[in-house]
Design a protein around this ligand. Structure first.
Ligand code: NOJ
Length: 556
């Protein structure tokens, strides 16, 4: 397998609004990030994925951009950005920017022009259509509720927005749009950035003819735009025009991606992207009303999905590995156990299970501390457009009763990941000296970076070790993967192999002691425990694993 620095890297995602506030306005900012780069250096990560810091009216916290070449005033200035980039580079940390080009903000000058008249030069930068029988052009629903079409009185046409009404979709069919995007990317690359995470990039090529989609519970049709007919052509063009000219790390956020499609997006031929974020493991607890339910992820299904991605991309494309990001609730509260008894142990188990796989691991801020979901008690505590809109839409239509829907958004809502980073036990967890834009999780006195950095057996120290191991053992990066005990509903066991070496990873995902039998092919006694969350020095051929115990054992 061909080696590459981005295969050997560990990425850390920063959600700037919630990371660290340096000026007391309650909102995280660039100077706040710069001040914490030493912390990230100590953790040992290689790359930061920075969620959007561009100018934005913040309808969707920066995923609605009104100027791609300016910094959001709340986050600071371009000088602050340059200082952050410079300091990160001094420390050997790379910066990957969030590229949001499926849509812009409706306050972007292109859209302001576009909506001004039908014959404006920018009209075709977006997707405008006449209504059908006095209604929307088709039945598509938007991700944040309602129709995906918004009527514009001025020119009496509808524009498409797969997300909020303030996020009109760009028309990628228009070569001028592609050129603008590529020029803007080049501008950032010339500034010295190190890569791009590409927001919903699988959606840029719309279904030809924009046909009605299958109607779901919300009453709207599914746009079905994922992996559209020209998406690979567009990305190959992007690669030719921009990516291939620099040494970058690229990851496409690809909702609706299948293994077959991923082999094209992230092909080892290197003519599109380095890797994709797939969603199959995140969708395991989804249901009819999208993600709004209490369903639990079943371990056997999780293993089946993860293993499929591991084995099918082997040698053909590259995996990204993630449990958490700013769009997901905390995995510790979803698949782990966030009770005080098992919180740290299960956080370490989740880390081990993921970081020992093949692919580039992504850590979301606070994951390295075992941060948990937030205990919501009222709708007023929510800030996220997705949760708030979904609550109103599904309760007002009588699809889900209000108390039930409140439980769902509390459990699955994105704000769980967006509460401020917990730095220490001072007021507001050391995130801000002012009033935070979103409430701090009350458990910050117990869970915070300061306490964990001072304690050898903390989750932070454990993540530090996971990252270090990846650097020390090639088998963790490049070894192939095989699932063992596929039918066990308690244990996730897999084996990595590289040459003569074997790495056995054993994780007990339950609250019970669980018996484990070593595969015959491994001779007992010769293994070396690389990491364990239970002070285990050896793994006997027949062992009893403690609740949430995990270990990675190297043979040969
Ligand atoms: C995916 C982003 O991760 C999410 O936060 C955002 O709301 C949508 N794309 C729309 O940009």
């Amino acid at each position: 397998m061909e080696k590459a620095w981005w295969k050997e890297s560990v990425v850390y995602q920063i959600y700037p609004r919630s990371f660290c506030d340096s000026n007391g306005d309650g909102i995280g900012d660039l100077n706040g990030i710069t001040g914490k780069l030493d912390y990230l250096k100590e953790l040992g990560i290689d790359v930061i994925w920075l969620s959007p810091v561009y100018q934005s009216p913040n309808d969707d916290n920066g995923y609605d951009i009104s100027d791609y070449k300016a910094v959001m005033a709340e986050f600071g200035t371009m000088e602050d950005y340059d200082r952050m980039l410079g300091r990160a580079h001094e420390l050997g940390i790379k910066i990957m920017m969030d590229l949001v080009v499926n849509h812009t903000s409706d306050e972007h000058p292109w859209f302001i022009e576009s909506r001004s008249s039908k014959d404006n030069a920018y009209r075709d930068y977006y997707i405008w259509k006449d209504g059908r029988d006095g209604k929307e052009p088709n039945n598509w629903g938007a991700c944040f509720g309602g129709s995906a079409w918004e009527y514009d009185e001025k020119t009496k046409q509808y524009y498409l927005h797969l997300f909020s009404t303030k996020q009109p979709d760009l028309n990628w069919e228009n070569p001028l749009v592609r050129k603008e995007v590529f020029d803007m990317m080049t501008w950032w690359c010339d500034k010295g950035i190190d890569g791009f995470r590409m927001d919903v990039i699988s959606l840029i090529s719309k279904t030809p003819g924009l046909p009605d989609g299958r109607v779901g519970k919300s009453g709207y049709g599914d746009p079905g735009c994922a992996n559209g007919p020209r998406v690979h052509e567009f990305l190959k063009e992007m690669n030719r025009e921009v990516l291939s000219k620099y040494d970058l790390i690229t990851v496409g956020e690809c909702s609706g991606v299948t293994v077959e499609e991923a082999k094209k997006y992230a092909s080892s031929a290197g003519d599109e992207l380095n890797m994709v974020f797939q969603f199959e493991h995140m969708d395991l607890d989804g249901g009819e009303s999208f993600k709004w339910n209490h369903k639990k992820i079943r371990l056997t299904e999780l293993k089946q999905v993860m293993s499929k991605w591991q084995t099918e991309l082997e040698g053909k494309a590259w995996n990204s590995l993630y449990w958490c990001n700013h769009d997901q609730p905390r995995m510790l509260s979803r698949l782990g156990n966030d009770s005080s008894l098992y919180r740290e142990r299960s956080a370490k188990l989740l880390g081990t299970c993921l970081h020992m796989m093949q692919g580039t691991p992504y850590i979301y801020q606070g994951e390295e501390l075992g941060m948990t979901n937030y205990p919501f008690t009222s709708l007023e505590e929510f800030r996220d457009i997705e949760s708030i809109n979904a609550y109103h839409e599904l309760t007002e239509k009588g699809i889900v009763p209000p108390e039930e829907m409140f439980d769902y958004i509390s459990y699955k809502g994105r704000d769980n990941a967006r509460t401020p980073m917990q730095w220490d036990d001072s007021p507001s967890a050391g995130f801000t000296s002012g009033t935070p834009w979103i409430a701090v999780n009350p458990n910050y006195k117990e869970i915070n970076a300061k306490e964990q950095m001072a304690r050898e057996d903390s989750v932070f120290r454990y993540y530090q070790k996971l990252i270090k191991l990846r650097r020390e053992h090639e088998i963790i990066v490049y070894g192939d993967y095989r699932l063992l005990l596929p039918d066990s509903g308690e244990l996730y066991v897999y084996m990595r192999s590289l040459g003569e070496q074997r790495l056995l990873v054993v994780c007990n995902f339950t609250e019970q002691e669980t018996a484990y039998q070593m595969p015959d092919e491994l001779e007992s006694g010769k293994g070396r425990v690389l990491i364990s969350n239970y002070d285990r020095e050896t793994l006997e051929p027949s062992a009893t694993l403690a609740p949430y115990e995990c270990a990675a054992v190297l043979y040969g």
